[in-house]
Design a protein around this ligand. Sequence first.
Ligand code: G3P
Ligand code: CA
Length: 266
Amino acid sequence: MIAVIAHRGARSLAPENTLAAARIACELGADLWETDVSMTKEGHLILFHDPTLDRCTDVASVFPGRPSTRVIDYTLNEILRLDAGSYFVRTDPFGQIKDGSVTPEMLAAFKGEKIPTLEQCLDLVTETDWQVNLELKSHDSDSADVTIPDRTVETIRKSGICPDRIRISSFNHDWLLRVQKKEPALRVQALVGYDGHTPLDFGDLSFDTYNANADLITDDQIRMLQSKGKSVNLFTVNDPKRFHHFATLGVDGIFTDFPQTFVTHG
Ligand code: G3P
Ligand code: CA
């Protein structure tokens, strides 16, 4: 069976990378929660996708006039003052509020939603008996984030979570090797093909699993990976026809913003 991977949680139904989006994806029956790990100024790990706080928070009104909105320039205490839910209510990024798929009660609860810490993420995964894919974000202008792999492993160890519940991915393959060396029990997955400017490069095919851009990979490349015994997950697929096509090819998992469309029960 193909794994349905909730991209940044159920991000079409809830603010991305929040605990609310994760809980909804879990209740829907998604096999895995994909989320992004970034680092604060003093080295705390949080769940956040973008290098800057503008798109998904109210940073401009909480910290008016602050010259930088980069995540790495904010402390955890400052990050926790931000509202990471209201943008979703305001912008309805996937049209699901307009469609009536998000209830007024859900919308009311999203306002004021906080950016989660990695510790909260791991607690939720354990509590819900679930699994998570932590994508370690390498925002390339930051030299400070080089400690993310080590800090991630340390946080996982401290939490006591079973390593089987975790997959670590990154476009930075050196980071994956670092994680593997530090904690061989953690499974790693190599992300490839961020966009059209960074075409798919499978390198020396030394990883067991490749998470590839669905818009860039060809059917022949999928077959090549499978013939070499690699697992293949594809991001990000929201169209049912494309999902079906990749399922027919036998890929292992699909990252989607619409787990509600693709989870099958029974
Ligand atoms: O992990 C797959 C996918 O999430 C990578 O791209 O930009 O959505 O983090 P992005
Ligand atoms: Ca991601």
